[in-house]
Design a binder for this molecule. Sequence first.
Ligand SMILES: *Cc1c(COP(=O)(O)O)cnc(C)c1O
Length: 534
Amino acid sequence: MTLSATSHAAASPAKQSLSPLESEPASTELDRILPQAVELVKQFVRSGQDPETFVTPWPSIAALRQNVQLDLPDVAAAPRGGEATDAALLDAIRLILDNSVNPWTGRFLDKLYSAPTPVGICADLVLSTLNANAHVMSASPMLSLAEERCVEGLCRVFGFTETKPDGLTMPGGSSANTLAVQTALANIFPPFREQGLLGVAAYLAEKHGRTGSAARPLIFTSDQSHYSLDKAAISAGLGLSSIVKVPCDETGRMDPEALSRLLESAVSSGSGSPFFINATSGSTVLGSFDPIPALSALAKRYGCWLHIDGSWGGPIIFSPTEAFASQMAGSHLADSITINPHKLLNVPLQCSFLLVRDAASLGANSLDAGYLFHSKDARENAAMKTMGCGRRGDAVKLWLYWVRYGKRGLGEHVDAGLALAQRVVDYIRTEKAETMELGPLASPLFLQVCFRPKPRPGQGRGEASIEQRSAATRHTHRELQQRRRFAVDFAPLPRGIGEFVRLVVHPRTKWHDLQELIDQVDDIGQAYWSQASV
Ligand SMILES: *Cc1c(COP(=O)(O)O)cnc(C)c1O
């Protein structure tokens, strides 16, 4: 009981704080651990560039669970402070890196995001160092300014130039879409904010004589759109019955005539009150872009909010090639737009924006909180615009990319991906015509290519059924997973044509990797069909 403060201090002379989180000055600790952590990070990136490195260290999640345990120690592994403590920390970092998917291989083609760039790693380091909360500008002056500038820049690119637009970062495209639905509800139905859906029902009864199911607010979105729209309906209290799925053409684009019919019949049959139309720009499976001007005309006719979910395809607006950028023609007509720089633009997760054509529309989400917001200026209180409070300064990551590559560079990046995707399609069409089947493609082509092996003519299989072809797809996917050289996904495609391998072509993917992947799928498929025919 006699251990005095002096003797304790003598044991660790640098110690100033009673907290174990600060056993020595931060700069001393950082001088020691950061170079070592950075070395591990650099090794991970270097190893990703080694053609022999597996994309994923384990063939299955079960194998990972069997082989890797994460400790939650009661007591730290070594005495506080100094190099002995660092060893446990660095081992833990190494454990994470060694057992993770390595996106730096360039062979992780499974999802809509891929490796960031080194600029992204630096940006994350800066963000963690500042640890500033972007809810109010006084806490995060530069992060908030970066957010303001990026919002302005994105609004200009999308053509929000006639109004006073606004926007903010959101923790992902799903959150951005959800906020768009909430914002639309409050703007289309003024009583929503105070009275909720009961107020909306009363408003519709009074204004249009709609009662019962006719007073159900409806969201129209394509049957190829992202599930976050459905989740937004759940979280807004509308429920899934408020979602009307609009059919697409064979390339995955929403059919505006079908939308028109569904809007008309909802109103005339009294099944609901349309208030929200979502245009998908870059659908999740096929990469298709809905025709914005046609949807905008219908939104105007029916008094609906027009939202563009450009989570995946939005960055095509940066393309210097008119034929590509024009996929977003009419974006200025939207009331709100979601874009995820953390997908196609390779900004580190997460970095997503919701933009609105009219800044005032976000006022529907704001509340006075005297303990946080000391002015009514939403530009200085970004958290006013959303349902969240604490916010990471994600915009600074996009800003650093924008500084580093310029708008032009971001556009050329998109073009590089589109050229590569075309090369993939051409390769399959010309070299693999006999043994591979291409799925429906977005028109014009975007960055997803769906394909699957098919039996060679004369292999004695006749016409394999859709179920047999889907089984071949699943077999191929399993085999690729076992090999661990490529990560790709598979998905059932619209119109009941069964499952296909879905390849996401990222702009920085190496052509020789793509070629090798297609060749592997071909080999696996041919082996499968020749066995299956025995
Ligand atoms: C990925 C995606 C989303 C969701 O974005 P998150 O950032 O993953 O929440 C929404 N819509 C589309 C079209 C997407 O591709």
